[in-house]
Design a protein around this ligand. Structure first.
Ligand code: NDP
Length: 253
């Protein structure tokens, strides 16, 4: 069956930021597939218009197989959002190999597997958009070595794929969100390794991001409005990356 609406896959789309991205893309007219390990929010009433397909992005061959099945069932994948991500909070000296490898497996290998599986199908048709979700933590983040490292690597992969595929109709860009009150952030606050007050004092906009604000940037990057953007990373962070973190003592005269 060929879908009427263009197909957009959001990895990790059953919760948090991915869920909001899915809702935004559905509102934009896409047939959204939340590709996640569990159905999560896609199982609820609010899931209207968002399908769920089981996917573990760490299963390299499985990603290719599931993307092939989605195309056979629903039509060509026009958009991929590489959103699935996990983190582990621990100092480098205490980090176990398993913790390091688990984060690299999801946040980097998973992004590569999905980018390659979707990208090769898009290249055959000469059409497609991919958005990878990085993070402001790509700059470096004490206590989150594998997370920061993989999020920086995602920027490198984005610029490389963006350059490699720019002349072949496939655009690859990234969004680097600031702090959003969803999964990976909440886990850090609950574990006591992230302090909301400290974080807020470092954000020029003095508030967390809303997931819908991240989704809006993704919507822009998959739209024709960004058609001359290739390999870029868009920071949606309330000014975090453009301030080195020492708040003004008083308002300038
Ligand atoms: P959530 O934990 O709320 O959502 C992540 C989703 O990804 C979950 O549904 C999770 O499923 C799924 N997932 C995890 N591992 C896999 C896997 N192997 N295969 C498929 N799906 C998987 O996180 P957020 O919404 O907070 O984060 C979404 C993205 O945004 C991540 O890449 C994160 O790094 C990034 N980000 C988040 C920020 C924040 O402040 N929240 C800031 C900057 C970037 P399950 O529940 O089963 O693990």
């Amino acid at each position: 069956m060929t879908a009427q609406r263009p197909v957009a896959i959001v990895t990790g789309g059953s919760a948090g930021i991915g869920w909001e991205i899915g809702r935004r893309l559905a509102a934009d007219g896409y047939l959204v597939v939340a590709a996640d390990r569990v159905p999560g929010l896609t199982a609820g009433d609010d899931a209207a218009g968002i399908l769920w397909r089981e996917l573990d992005v760490t299963d390299h061959a499985g990603v290719d197989r599931v993307f092939g099945e989605i195309e056979a069932e629903l039509g060509p994948i026009e958009v991929l959002v590489n959103n699935a991500g996990i983190q582990r909070h621990r100092g480098i000296e205490d980090l176990s190999w398993d913790e390091w490898a688990a984060v690299v497996d999801v946040n980097l290998h998973g992004v590569f597997s999905a980018l390659q599986a979707a990208g090769k199908r898009m290249l055959e048709r000469g059409e497609g958009r991919i958005v990878n979700i990085s993070s402001i933590s790509s700059r470096g983040s004490a206590g989150r070595a594998p997370y920061a490292t993989t999020k920086a690597a995602v920027i490198g992969l984005t610029s490389t794929a963006g350059a490699e595929w720019a002349s072949r109709g496939v655009r690859v860009n990234a969004v680097a969100p600031g702090y959003v009150d969803t999964g990976v952030f909440r886990q850090g606050v609950e574990a006591g390794t992230l302090s909301l007050d400290t974080i807020l004092s470092r954000i020029p906009a003095k508030r967390l991001a809303e997931a819908s604000e991240i989704a809006a940037a993704v919507s822009f990057l998959v739209s024709d409005q960004s058609r001359y953007m290739n390999g870029q990373t868009l920071y949606v962070d309330g000014g975090f990356m453009v301030d080195y973190g020492v708040p003004l003592a008083k308002k300038p005269e």
